[in-house]
Design a protein around this ligand. Structure first.
Ligand SMILES: Nc1nc2c(ncn2[C@@H]2O[C@H](COP(=O)(O)OP(=O)(O)OP(=O)(O)O)[C@@H](O)[C@H]2O)c(=O)[nH]1
Length: 214
């Protein structure tokens, strides 16, 4: 349990956007989930919000093709599910379009406070992940690496994967953190809520509109 559980449980679907211009008004604070296709982004969002169907999950990789936007019961606080990267069965031209839209979002979204980079703990730091880390470094963006499906590894190997990624972030001078996560056994759910609350609420207190009656 964390003090923020009900905030995340309040998550509701706002809209699916094909591109940045269709996203909700660019004000307040939002956190985006990015990752390779099938890494477990949608499942992580559903677990975080304790809702079975908030973000559609699928065993078919690449289902999350749009920028899916979710609101919370705090003014102008949002969670964003970005298109999964690298779905093999999609034509190359379509992939390029998605990538362009995603890049546009990442480069130009002013309310974006941090990116949760979702990786399957058994396949960390693939080309896309390295690209995202390079981008985060170049743009001073905060990154939280979520190593999903930790239930698939024993505790020792899971911990050592986490530590090696922590080292990599440090070596690359990236403003980032790492944790393990499992939708299956609940590993790291509280840690993720605390991290996101830090980005969405605690770091951005002055972004919260003050009620005239307060
Ligand atoms: N064992 C285990 N399986 C998981 C976990 N999280 C996700 N999965 C499985 O991994 C597969 C992909 O999960 P999704 O959440 O749909 O992945 P995604 O990253 O949203 O995929 P795209 O829609 O392709 O972007 C599904 O079969 C999930 O059930 C986890 O913590 N543990």
């Amino acid at each position: 349990m964390t003090p923020y559980d009900s905030t995340f449980q309040s998550a509701y679907f706002i809209k699916s956007a094909e591109k940045l211009s269709q996203c909700p008004l660019d004000q307040g604070v939002e956190v985006a989930f990015a990752g390779r296709s099938n890494a477990g982004k949608s499942t992580a969002l559903n677990t975080l919000t304790n809702q079975k169907k908030l973000a559609r999950t699928s065993k078919t990789p690449g289902r999350t093709q749009l920028i899916n936007c979710f609101g919370l019961n705090l003014d102008d606080r949002r969670l964003i599910d970005l298109p999964g990267y690298g779905f093999a069965k999609v034509p190359i031209e379509m992939k390029k379009v998605w990538q362009a839209h995603m890049q546009d979002y990442l480069m130009n979204r002013r309310s974006l406070a941090g990116v949760v980079l979702v990786m399957d703990i058994r396949h960390p730091l693939k080309e896309f992940d390295e690209m995202m880390l390079d981008w985060a470094k170049a743009n001073g963006m905060k990154v939280h690496v979520l190593l999903t499906k930790s239930d698939k590894l024993k505790r020792g190997p899971a911990k050592s994967t986490m530590l090696s990624i922590q080292r990599e972030l440090k070596q690359q001078n990236i403003d980032g953190s790492v944790q393990t996560f499992s939708a299956l056994n609940g590993d790291g759910v509280d840690d993720l809520r605390i991290k996101l609350a830090e980005w969405l609420v605690l770091d951005n207190q002055d972004e919260i509109p003050v009620s005239p009656n307060a």
